[in-house]
Structures are given as C-alpha cells and as structure tokens.
Ligand binder design. Structure first.
Ligand SMILES: O=P(O)(O)O[C@H]1O[C@H](CO)[C@@H](O)[C@H]1O
Ligand SMILES: O=c1cc[nH]c(=O)[nH]1
Length: 234
C-alpha cells in the first residue's frame, strides 16, 4: 500500500479514471465496470478495479483541488504503475456557447496555483493533455453526437473566487470553464511520462447561474464516463 491508497501491489489497473468525488467513483464502478472490487477506503477516498469490455480499469476518487488530486495521481503512477489517467470531473462554464451538461475536453489547463510555478522559476510550464487520448476522446464523442468543446480550462485553487475580473478576462481569452485539478494531472503526467486527459461535464454556468443538483453531479454524466471508458481502453 502507498501512503494514502490501501491497495496491494497489482490491485490497481494501468488504466485509471479520476473523478473528484469518491461517491462518483463508487457509482462509476457499480454502473459501468464488471466485477468491480473496492481496493481503497483510506480517508473515504474510494477506489475500485473492475473490467470494461474485458479491459482492467480502475476508478479512483481524488478529492477537491490540486493538493489532494496530486497525492492520489502521484501514488497511482509511482506506486501502482498507472499509465493512462483520465479525469472525469465537473466544471463551471464561462462561455455563453458552452451549456449545462455539455462535455469539455480540456486541451490545456491554466492555473492560479503556485504549485507548478514554484517548480520552474521564471518559466510558465504548459499543462497540456496527451494528444492521442484527446484525439480519441474527440473522435468517440463526435461519433456519439455529443455537444463537445475542446480548449483551455482554468484549474483554480479557489471554488469561491473573489477575483471575478480575472475569471471574466480568462473567458475573453477563450478559456471554456473553471475546475480545480487538471493542471496537476497534466503536470504529473509530464513529470512521469504517462498519458493524462481531462473530460469535464458542465455542472453549473458561472455566467447564467444555472446549476445541476448534487445528486446529478454524483450519479449522472454518463456520456462523459462512456467516452472516458471507450477512450482509455482503445
Ligand atoms: O466534480 P469534481 O471532479 O470534484 O470537480 C469539480 O468539483 C469540485 C468543486 O465542486 C472540484 O473538485 C472541481 O474540480
Ligand atoms: O471548480 C468548479 C467546479 C464546478 N463548478 C465550478 O463553478 N467550479
């Protein structure tokens, strides 16, 4: 077992989905995977391994924010050998043409976190998705007829930001939505030479104030999950 994950060696698959919400991990395992077994309950951050169309796949909750997500992502890669990781998250849209329940493929993630900046003084390290996973997800999502958007997102340290001017400015520069973990996934994927991608379902609209319910955030968004599972197992 690693510091925060109670799985034994071999209990985590090389292919891992990463929802922030551990109960979304449970829902995904119970709804989409066959023979899913729970390998982690440490801190209630549930993790499961099962199969999807014959491929071993794990799904691990990461918690909220880059400090929490980076702990799980780091241990999944370094201690358990994860090779492809797809975050399946929720986000708040900051573009008018991005609607509630649309799916976003995060091509890159800007961040207001100092976590990565502090590692590269004087350089803005680019946090980008793996191209192969991104193209595959785009092809699969397009075939499914989804309302897909591809572009930049903001991974913010603050859910309740006071800097609305900054959010608006990022929107004016084409950033699609705000969430809290993708920059960490993309940085750690680059550090360890593995493949990382984020898919997001729009759970709320920052410009219009529309919202989904907590239950929807935990248990729906099956389009995104299916695209993630098809992509990661191709
Ligand atoms: O739904 P998840 O994957 O947790 O993602 C989003 O939701 C949380 C905030 O409500 C943050 O973790 C944010 O990134
Ligand atoms: O970080 C997040 C996630 C969902 N919705 C938001 O507005 N922000």
């Amino acid at each position: 077992m690693s510091f925060h994950i109670g799985a034994k060696a071999g209990e985590v698959a090389e292919l891992v989905l990463l929802p922030g919400d551990p109960l979304r991990a449970k829902y995904i395992a119970e709804t989409f995977l066959e023979d899913a077994v729970c390998y982690n309950t440490v801190r209630g951050m549930l993790g499961y391994t099962g199969t999807y169309k014959g491929h071993r796949v794990s799904v691990q909750g990461t918690g909220m924010g880059m400090p929490s997500a980076s702990i799980y992502i780091h241990e999944l890669i370094e201690d358990y050998g994860a090779k492809k990781l797809i975050r399946v998250g929720t986000c708040g849209a900051i573009q008018n043409d991005v609607k509630i329940r649309d799916v976003i493929i995060a091509q890159a993630a800007a961040t207001d976190s100092a976590m990565i900046r502090n590692l590269f003084p004087g350089v803005d390290f680019p946090q980008i998705a793996n191209f192969g996973l991104m193209k595959m997800a785009h092809d699969i999502g397009t075939d499914k007829g989804l309302n897909l958007h591809v572009g930049n997102v903001l991974s913010s340290d603050l859910f309740y930001t006071e800097n609305h001017e900054m959010t608006n400015k990022l929107g004016e520069h084409g950033v699609l939505a705000v969430e809290m973990e993708s920059a960490a996934l993309y940085y750690l994927s680059a550090k360890f030479g593995v493949q990382g991608l984020t898919l997001l379902t729009v759970s709320d609209h920052i410009l219009t104030g529309e919202q989904t319910t907590a239950e929807e955030r935990q248990t729906t968004f099956s389009d995104m999950i299916e695209v993630a599972l098809e992509t990661i197992t191709k």
